[in-house]
Design a protein around this ligand. Sequence first.
Ligand code: G6P
Length: 372
Amino acid sequence: SAAEKAGYDYFMLKEIAEQPKAVADTLLGRIDGSGTLSLDEVRIPARVLREVGKVVIVACGTAFHAGLIAKYAIEHWTRVPCEVELASEFRYRDPILDQQTLVVAISQSGETMDTLMALRHAREQGAKVLAICNTNGSTIPRESDAVLYTHAGPEVAVASTKAFLTQLVACYLVALYLGQVRGTKYGDEIRDVVRDLSRISGAVEQVLETMEPVRELARSLAHKNTVLFLGRHVGHPVALEGALKLKELAYMHAEGFAAGELKHGPIALIEEDLPVVVVVPSPRGRSVIHDKIVSNIQEIRARGARTIVIAEEGDEAVVPYADHLVRVPATPTLLQPLVATVPLQVFACELATARGNEVDQPRNLAKSVTVE
Ligand code: G6P
């Protein structure tokens, strides 16, 4: 009903707008001002977490993209190898698991059949399973050893938005907590990032306040057939998520690529006026990949692409090559997906509306897929 949508035309718009609160709620009570995490609710003893030799993340759809981003955070802050796999592929290839494996199952609904079957398989092999889930008491957390709930509140629109951002927050918390418990050399960095996280919901709010030009751009592209998305590092999964949103909502051909792969194929797709969204990592800290992506933008623009560049405030190097520039607040690179994904959600939602599509209930899709 209209009342449930709180004045928004679609649940998706409401859920996009709720993201700063969803993010803040997911952090609430889990970090303190001094940069320390307390995740007592994760009922896997510190002793067991210190013994973990490998982390394996399983998920589907948008939750899988959260997992891809988690890999960067987990391996960096914990130095524990991390694999990410589509839940539908996982158990059919005889994966290597043992008691020192921590499996993280990410699912908004907690009912996705492929993810459930993957975690059952993992537990049968003796692995410990931690669920990241948005739905209290659903099947996946009930069958896991431990659960970290995301506090996004109910998500109604089929295409996931606020649940995704809170899945990212939960993944960062798991990565930082593992790092804290295991005491890696990144102790100081972990404390700094915890503080950055405590301010991140304000950054998400800031992005939402500046989305009108993105909506305008989306409307102007409603007649296009294809949009490409490029990113490096954590920007690569963000690009995949941007493309998925556009497929789900606008029924457009959209693909996400690692920008470094351009020369190995995707650049052949570039033609005059093809919209290409590029997610640019922070020039601070990881200047090498930043320089590389700036030259990727030059390369595609020289071949006629219409470049839509998502870059942090103060990044001037991208300005000459951006046909459209979308600014996001500066964050540590690993946290950038929390701000960089938001314009892509708004873009897909507005483009779908301009094409006359049903935003909350896209054709052929279901909110939760409870069959294999
Ligand atoms: C469906 C939904 C997606 C979601 C995926 C995984 O395909 O349409 O938005 O990302 O399932 O759902 P889960 O509930 O496991 O996160």
